[in-house]
Design a protein around this ligand. Structure first.
Ligand SMILES: Cc1ncc(COP(=O)(O)O)c(C=O)c1O
Length: 504
């Protein structure tokens, strides 16, 4: 057997072309020139990475791509080989992007900004069963109810529905939101409510209003990727505090506060994204006491709060907020209408005026038509039964996902059992490939997940991945999980320290 234990490859580290692509080009050129004849065994990814002084993921991704195009073949327990002439472009079970080249690939897990963009793009390729996105499925959207509400708004308000709205929000909607959140235990006045362009804008506005460039935003670690994006674009530093099964670690938070006196903490106490963790009542109270003691403002993200299909609901932090330390952000997006972009902030007077000015500067007002339609839907009571239906279906999909995780994900994989929200937070066995290393092969096999490391403020979470089980119908959950399991096994061939599991 031919053995290319050392490949002669020179890489341009400062060039535009990603390293893994250069590697693909070199291997193809050497196949063409006859330097690497069929049957040649390639070095294990770890060895080649060491030899070339590049990250292992670059090699793993290059091999995955070459395998998908049929230039390489992998054999359980034996390694990776140059395929015979019939191999090239004949891998029927893979999905490619049409030009046989996966465009950009996650280069290293330490560059989350770039990798997430590339990841999202790849997950959108046709034919991919994607669990990567953060959105609810489109079959949860109440299309006909929204159409009726919009028509009724036009009949009633005519052109007024197309004018600017007052910056604070359409007054009847602010009243309806006040009533809506009072059912969750939040007592406030309508003039403490500010309507925003989704929860995302609400979070961004609070960061803008309370922090200056260079200030620190404290978050759970991991945290919502959109908040990491906000911190980057607003040039504030992120400091992530570790979590346990009850949410943010208060001992670590207190130590950090004592040394650094941060102004703002961002938390998602119910169905945290990505971990699904729900903070129990005692921790909620302790957190609020801590925040009051140190005059720390808590930005609470409640966007998943109502997506509960099991267990007893807990009060949002804002409902327990006796010392006015909490700013509450949420919206009608995750539960059913992401594209209508109606969110809200609830806060006390000290922040309200400043937030209105930030909103005014950002976009003058949230679209009047959307605000009025949501107001009508709340008034007509069409949201509650839709939410119930959605949550029933979410539970069904959660159950399917749990059964499929047990059946198809590699042995040693762990995951949470969520009582609500959209996500399974899973971890591949730590002695095998990372989630980023398995990703390209997964996409080539026609499935996608969100790579866990992108949710961390610092580099970690390598084996973790997030699966939006709510996004897919049960049959697709089964097929998608099967593909992820298969992809892991293919990549794991390269890890000699693992016991090789049979292909499914
Ligand atoms: C925790 C969290 N907050 C906020 C958002 C943004 O929500 P919206 O669509 O309301 O802007 C998301 C979306 O993924 C999220 O996961």
């Amino acid at each position: 057997m031919l053995n290319a234990s050392r490949l002669s490859i020179s890489l341009d580290r400062d060039g535009e072309e990603p390293i893994y692509k250069q590697l693909i080009r070199h291997v193809k050129a050497q196949i063409d020139s006859g330097n690497l004849p069929p049957g040649t065994r390639l070095p294990a990814s770890r060895d080649l990475a060491q030899q070339l002084n590049i990250s292992r993921i670059s090699v793993v991704n290059a091999y995955a791509e070459l395998r998908a195009e049929g230039f390489l073949s992998a054999h359980a327990g034996r390694g990776t080989f140059i395929a015979g002439p019939e191999g090239a472009n004949s891998s029927a079970s893979t999905v490619s992007n049409g030009n046989g080249n996966s465009a950009h690939v996650i280069e290293t897990p330490t560059t989350p900004d770039r990798s997430i963009r590339e990841m999202m793009r790849m997950a959108r390729k046709p034919g991919i069963i994607s669990f990567a996105q953060g959105s609810p499925p489109s079959d949860f959207f109440p299309v006909s109810q929204l159409r009726e509400a919009m028509n009724a708004v036009f009949d009633r308000d005519g052109a007024n529905a197309l004018n600017y709205e007052v910056t604070e929000g359409y007054p009847p909607l602010r009243n309806a939101v006040r009533e809506y959140v009072s059912a969750l235990g939040i007592r406030c006045r309508a003039d403490q409510i500010l309507i925003t362009g989704g929860t995302q804008q609400a979070l961004d506005m609070v960061v803008q209003a309370l922090l200056s460039e260079g200030d620190v935003l404290v978050t759970e670690n991991p945290t919502y990727l959109g908040m990491i994006d906000i911190a980057r674009t607003r040039r504030v530093q992120l400091h992530g505090i570790a979590m346990d099964e009850d949410g943010i670690r208060l001992d670590m938070l207190e130590n950090y506060i004592l040394d650094n006196h941060p102004k703002l903490l961002y938390v998602t106490p119910t169905f945290h994204n990505p971990t699904g963790v729900v903070m129990p009542l005692h921790r909620r109270r302790q957190l609020l006491n801590l925040a009051a003691d140190y005059r720390l403002t808590v930005l609470e993200d409640g966007v998943y709060h109502e997506l509960r299909f099991e267990g007893e609901p807990l009060p949002p932090l804002k409902a327990l907020d006796e010392n006015s330390v909490v700013i509450h952000a949420s919206g009608f997006t995750k539960m059913m209408l992401p594209g209508i972009r109606i969110g809200y902030l609830i806060c006390d007077n000290q922040h309200y005026e400043r937030l209105v000015r930030v909103k005014q500067a950002a976009d003058i007002s949230t679209p009047a038509l959307n605000q009025r339609a949501i107001h009508l839907m709340l008034e007509r009571g069409t949201m509650a039964p839709q939410l119930e239906r959605n949550n029933r279906e979410l539970k069904r999909r959660r159950d399917v996902a749990l059964a499929c995780a047990a059946r198809y994900l590699p042995p040693g994989t762990t995951w949470n059992v969520p009582q609500g929200g959209l996500y399974l937070w899973a971890q591949f066995p730590k002695n095998g490939p990372t989630a980023a290393e398995v990703y390209i092969t997964t996409v080539n096999m026609g499935a996608a997940y969100a790579i866990g490391s992108v949710f961390y403020a610092s580099t970690c979470g390598g084996h973790r991945f997030r699966l939006n089980y709510g996004a897919q119908k049960p049959a697709d959950i089964e097929e998608g999980f099967k593909r992820i399991g298969r992809a892991w096994r293919e990549v794991a061939y390269d890890y000699d320290e693992l016991e090789k599991a049979p292909l499914l």
